[in-house]
Structure formats: structure tokens, C-alpha cells
Design a protein around this ligand. Structure first.
Ligand code: 2PG
Length: 248
């Protein structure tokens, strides 16, 4: 009944993950640990014989670096690549660049978790003259509409799904194994869609860095079961670490 294989990969640890800062669309790079995680992700794919034929990434360097390192480790650096802003991390609005622990202390746990994990409560908007705004960044010249000033998960689903239903689904239907290299919250948006997770339950789903998450899809591109991490133990530890960010 399985017709297709889909691989999701969150980028490895970034500089701002390490520093515990809200990141969103700010274009930070991988740490040494993040580069190792990305390469290990590619080794896991090679070990399992799950080899992508095409890769789709966001426009953010940390996802691009992760895809390159993982594909190199799997000896697939040569496959075609497509990039879209629609796979970007959720825009974190005025929280971009702010310390997670300080934000938790300042606003309290309820507000902090609403901003981090609620389905439809966006953080306050970032102003265009904020150093961490993306207004004027040439990579977004071609995007449909304005560069966001903030996004909630629902907004991410709304901009991600057209790309899922378009270019990615086209590749899958053409018989290609697709690798999507993206971000914690943009992948939460896709997992919510693939697994039919409710608006409430998605709050407790966290995606670890650098561990491939594999879906088997039927002919209608419906998941035949929950996604499987290629290293489940490391994935559980990684997801727990993401969940507790700011609280350490
Ligand atoms: O800062 C961010 O952009 C994201 C992912 O790193 O953080 P969070 O897990 O808090 O949504």
C-alpha cells in the first residue's frame, strides 16, 4: 500500500539555538554541533538505504547548510534542489533576537507558551526598522505579498500548504523520494497536516534538530502511519530539550 517515501529534516543546532534566542527568519548559521548533526542525519539515511532523489529547502542558510551536509554524507550531493520562502521558519515577529529565558521571566509561562506553541496567537509584530526585520532583504523580492511582520502556526500552514500541494506533491507523484530540509515550526505545520493533529494537540509536538523523520505515503499522498525518526531515542531526547527551552 506504501507508494512513496517522504523525509523531513529539521536543520542542525544553529548559533541562536545554542544562545537560546528566538530566531524565526533571522539568517543564522549552524554551530559545529549543528554541522555534525546534519552529517549524522545523512549517514542515517544512507544506513537505512532511504536515499532522496530531490531536495526542497527554505531560503534560510541553516536549512541549506543542513541539506548540503546531509546529502554529502549520504553521497547524494548531486540531486536537484528547490528552495522556497514558504518552507521558512515561522516569523517570530518582535520576539526575533530576544532571549527565551528572559522573555519567559518577563511575560510569564502562559503568554510565553502561547507565543511559542499556540495555533493562532502570533507574537507582536516586528517594526520594519528593527535590525531583525527582513523587510528589504533581496532574497524575498519575489515573494507573494509582503514580508511578514509576525506569524502564528496557522499562518505558516496557510503559506506552506500551497507549496506542499504544488511542487513537492508533483515530485512525489513523479515517483521521487523527497527530502524537505526546513525548521522546527514549518515542519510542525506539515506534520500537523500529514498526521491530522488537532489545533490543541499540536502545541505539545516538538521537532528535534538533525534527525530524519520518515513518512510512507499512499497513492493519494496520505501518510500510512505516524512519521518514524531514524534515531528514535535521540529524537525523544532532542524533542524534550526543545520543549523545555527557556525554562532551564
Ligand atoms: O526560535 C525559533 O525560531 C524556533 C526554532 O528554533 O524556536 P521555538 O522552538 O521556540 O519555536
Amino acid at each position: 500500500m506504501t507508494e512513496h517515501t517522504l523525509i523531513l529534516l529539521r536543520h542542525g543546532q544553529s548559533d541562536w539555538n545554542e544562545k537560546n534566542l528566538f530566531t524565526g527568519w533571522v539568517d543564522v548559521r549552524l554551530t559545529d554541533k549543528g554541522r555534525q548533526e546534519a552529517a549524522r542525519g545523512g549517514e542515517l539515511l544512507a544506513e537505512e538505504g532511504i536515499l532522496p532523489d530531490v531536495v526542497h529547502t527554505s531560503l534560510l542558510t541553516r536549512a541549506i547548510q543542513t541539506a548540503n551536509l546531509a546529502l554529502d554524507a549520504a553521497d547524494r550531493a548531486w540531486i536537484p534542489v528547490h528552495r522556497s520562502w514558504r518552507l521558512n521558519e515561522r516569523h517570530y515577529g518582535d520576539l526575533q533576537g530576544k532571549d527565551k529565558a528572559q522573555t519567559l521571566e518577563e511575560y510569564g509561562e502562559e503568554q510565553f507558551m502561547l507565543w511559542r506553541r499556540s495555533f493562532d496567537v502570533p507574537p507582536p509584530e516586528i517594526s520594519a526598522d528593527n535590525a531583525y526585520s527582513q523587510v528589504g532583504d533581496p532574497r524575498y523580492d519575489g515573494i507573494d505579498g509582503d514580508v511578514p511582520a509576525t506569524e502564528c502556526l496557522k499562518d505558516v500552514i496557510d503559506r506552506f500548504l500551497p507549496y506542499w500541494e504544488g511542487p513537492i506533491s508533483d515530485d512525489i507523484r513523479a515517483g521521487r523520494t523527497v527530502l524537505i530540509a526546513a525548521h522546527g515550526n514549518s515542519l510542525r505545520a506539515l506534520v500537523k497536516h500529514l498526521e491530522g493533529i488537532s489545533d490543541d494537540d499540536i502545541a505539545s509536538l516538538n521537532i528535534p534538530t538533525g534527525i530524519p523523520l520518515v513518512y510512507r505515503l499512499d497513492a493519494d499522498l496520505q501518510a500510512t502511519g505516524p512519521g518514524q525518526y531514524l534515531d528514535p531515542e535521540a529524537a525523544a531526547a532532542g524533542a524534550a530539550a526543545v520543549a523545555s527551552q527557556g525554562k532551564a
